[in-house]
Design a protein around this ligand. Sequence first.
Ligand code: NAP
Length: 339
Amino acid sequence: MKYRQLGASGAAISHYSLGTMTFGAETSEEDSHAQLDLYAERGGTVIETADVYSGGVSEQIVGRWLANRDNATTDAMFLAGKGRFPVGVPAFEAGLSRRHLRRALDATLARMGVDHLDLYQVHSWDPLTPLEETLGFLEDAVRSGKVSYVGLSNFLGWQIAQAATLARGRFPLVSMQPQYNLLAREVEWEIVPASEANGLGILPWSPLGGGWLAGKYTKDAAPSGATRLGEDPERGVEAYGKRSQDERTWRVLDAVSEVATRIGRTEAQVSLAWLDSRPAVSSIILGCRTSEQLASNLDASDVELSAEDLALLDEASDPQPANWPYGAAGVEQRSRSLG
Ligand SMILES: NC(=O)c1ccc[n+]([C@@H]2O[C@H](COP(=O)([O-])OP(=O)(O)OC[C@H]3O[C@@H](n4cnc5c(N)ncnc54)[C@H](OP(=O)(O)O)[C@@H]3O)[C@@H](O)[C@H]2O)c1
């Protein structure tokens, strides 16, 4: 395991976080605890959760693990939570209002059985709540000692810039959590630069594109069996119908497979190593159904991709922005050198 600073903050965290979206869903409590044990043994320090995962059950599973392990193990953990979506309240009451976030944070702390989170992230932008109101709540949460650091998730570039500008000097806004993987690089146009410019560490979610980058789905056969898309082919951003029709998907998977064969590693390990090489990435959020998947993914830590491997993966996955200001001409116009 390697350790990195979380953005421009002083907090050091492991470069792989453990995501808990599968806990209480496709992963039982016993298996979730086995994943947490394995992750801790391998030097992992970040448990990444959200109140909406399994309707609060994921947080409870983490809470029972924290309550039943020794202090040395649990003290090493950097606890990250998220709030915004409705859990046990009507949808109209959710969002980033003071009222909702206060209740959501307290409910998260109660379910996890802790009095404090290391990182509290707003799960997505809320067009209805004034940003100042949200930031006021987050500032109070830090001052009250319930939260050490604050993060964003699923914000766009301008939203990141606005939040970071307003938060400066008031509380430590340190991270941004977007979808980021070899099949989803559009975040590099605005979201990654806005995060870097404001000292936010990137915490990529769905680093394997929901399982696609493990090489488990094929062009010729619809997904089946006990896999994410086998159980629900049209689930989420990784839906089979949408992704399988994009030629880039297969080009990327071919490149990943070629590198994996050349260096004797799995496709998932190659995909994780590529993401780890990207600037501004602080910690990659692993998501697993089984401990076997987790063990294998953690082994990506020592994968060294050569310049040739990286170039192949970069080229195959380039989202190829169609036009200025995102293409080469736009980049050139924004650069300046003294010669
Ligand atoms: N902020 C947000 O809006 C947001 C959104 C999504 C996720 N997240 C966070 O990010 C974490 C990770 O997201 P994710 O679960 O989508 O990550 P992912 O790594 O893209 O996909 C994980 C899934 O891929 C499959 N998989 C993983 N390793 C594998 C391996 N070695 N071989 C074969 N299959 C493998 C498993 O699914 P199957 O075996 O079931 O096919 C696993 O559940 C979540 O737990 C959560 O903490 C945040």
